[in-house]
Design a binder for this molecule. Structure first.
Ligand SMILES: NC(=O)c1ccc[n+]([C@@H]2O[C@H](COP(=O)([O-])OP(=O)(O)OC[C@H]3O[C@@H](n4cnc5c(N)ncnc54)[C@H](O)[C@@H]3O)[C@@H](O)[C@H]2O)c1
Ligand SMILES: [Zn+2]
Length: 384
């Protein structure tokens, strides 16, 4: 079986690229726009450069600004209800993965004959009803590049991905000004999420030459810039590198797929509402350590690509280096890793093992098979 590269057809990047929105609206001959964002982002003033552009070209727009972080499918239904009553021909999402995922879902749900529950049962039903423009304001999810949207399922105390090619964004604007003032804790969590995307996709069973190209390019950018972006918010070069790295991570996800880090992190997000980047960070080094023997060659190749002048020559030492770097990045960026802080107790182990083992969509991508006992041991490591 061959393999495929899927990328959004049009992406703009670099300082001032927000201005590209004017050309997009002209090209699409859009008359009425829906803008999705959340209250946190609105309060930073980040919406202003966008609305300024829209005002300049005199196009009509409606802002929906109460999208929820890490939305449940019911939250997306609520946003859809608001969106349905507005005459619109394009959706612009300005936000992190939460806003972008909700926008991608609404782009296939608006005026459609099926519901989000139908899509949870059968994602193949999704058909694009309206085009999308993604303007990420975090440096993590890569949702601006993917065909995926992740929603929490409160009844199952977990999260689920809805995946369909029709959800791939039509336009992407990667303007580093959007993350210039991003709080350090969010730079850390979303940056480590992006790092998990590229490392998992490169070591995934489903890796292809296309996904490898993007995963390695993303790994170089993120490993080399995440500490800088965290330590010095003014470092524009590092911030731009993080935005590109996160986008490449998204392209890698579409070509290959994340693995056990993301799979086991879903119950932590779904039940305890631990932010996505944080739950991945908690598991990341432990899972890669577990995977090391099955992924050693790949981790060593990743090491060569990111640190070409590495003095270590043994494959094992190179793989070890990558895992140690991951652990160090999580540590120096002060991501909280104590699950007790999030209300997770030792007694929750059985729930975690059961819910984690149900994430088969991603577990099947892991190069090393995980038994129930392996999953239990991994959760035990982070439940200390
Ligand atoms: N679709 C995909 O391919 C994909 C991949 C990975 C994760 N996800 C999903 O994305 C969601 C997480 O997205 P995220 O990590 O980007 O965070 P987020 O969108 O949930 O945002 C986190 C917080 O940061 C705030 N924020 C965002 N940008 C800001 C800025 N520039 N300045 C100040 N505050 C800002 C928001 O208001 C919010 O409170 C999860 O639901 C996760 O499951 C999707
Ligand atoms: Zn992720």
């Amino acid at each position: 079986m061959g393999y495929q590269l899927k990328v959004p057809p049009c992406a703009y990047a670099g300082a001032g690229s927000i201005e590209a929105v004017k050309g997009i609206i002209a090209r699409e001959q859009s008359k009425s726009i829906l803008v999705f964002t959340d209250k946190g982002i609105r309060s930073t003033g980040l919406l202003n450069p966008l609305t300024h552009c829209l005002d300049e070209i005199g196009v009509q727009y409606t802002v929906i600004d109460d999208l929820k972080p890490e939305p449940a499918y019911t939250d997306v239904e609520e946003t859809l209800r608001q969106a349905q009553v507005v005459e619109s021909d394009i959706i612009i999402a300005l936000g992190g993965g939460s806003v972008m995922d909700a926008a991608k879902l609404c782009s296939v749900l608006i005026r459609a004959p099926y519901t989000i529950q139908n899509l949870l049962d059968d994602p193949s039903l999704a058909k694009k009803q309206i085009k999308t423009v993604m303007i990420p304001t975090t440096c993590g999810t890569g949702s601006e590049a993917t065909c995926n949207a992740i929603v929490a399922i409160p009844e199952e105390q977990s999260k689920k991905g809805i995946v369909n090619d029709d959800m791939i964004p039509d336009y992407v604007i990667l303007d580093p000004a959007m993350i210039a003032a991003l709080p350090k804790s969010i730079v850390a969590a979303t940056g480590v999420d992006a790092l998990a995307h590229v490392v998992e996709c490169y070591t995934s069973k489903k890796a292809t030459p296309f996904s490898d190209t993007y995963a390695l390019a993303g790994a170089r950018l993120i490993f080399q810039n995440i500490r800088r972006a965290y330590e010095n918010p003014q470092d524009e070069e590092a911030k731009e590198a993080m935005m590109l790295g996160a986008f490449y991570g998204g392209v890698a996800i579409t070509g290959s797929g994340t693995t056990a880090v993301h799979a086991l992190s879903y119950p932590l997000g779904g039940k305890y509402h631990i932010p996505h980047g944080v739950s991945n960070a908690i598991l990341f080094a432990h899972v890669m350590e577990f995977n090391q023997d099955a992924c050693q060659e790949r981790l060593a190749a990743l090491c060569d690509a990111v640190w070409p002048h590495m003095s270590r020559s043994e494959e094992e030492a190179k793989a070890r280096y990558v895992i140690d770097e991951i652990a160090d990045i999580v540590k120096v960026t002060n991501i909280p890793t104590d699950l007790k802080e999030f209300g997770v107790k030792k007694d929750d182990l059985d729930f975690l093992v059961e819910a984690g083992s149900r994430q088969t969509r991603l577990l099947v991508n892991n190069r090393k098979e995980l038994s129930l006992e392996d999953i239990r041991e991994l959760y035990k490591k982070v439940l200390k």
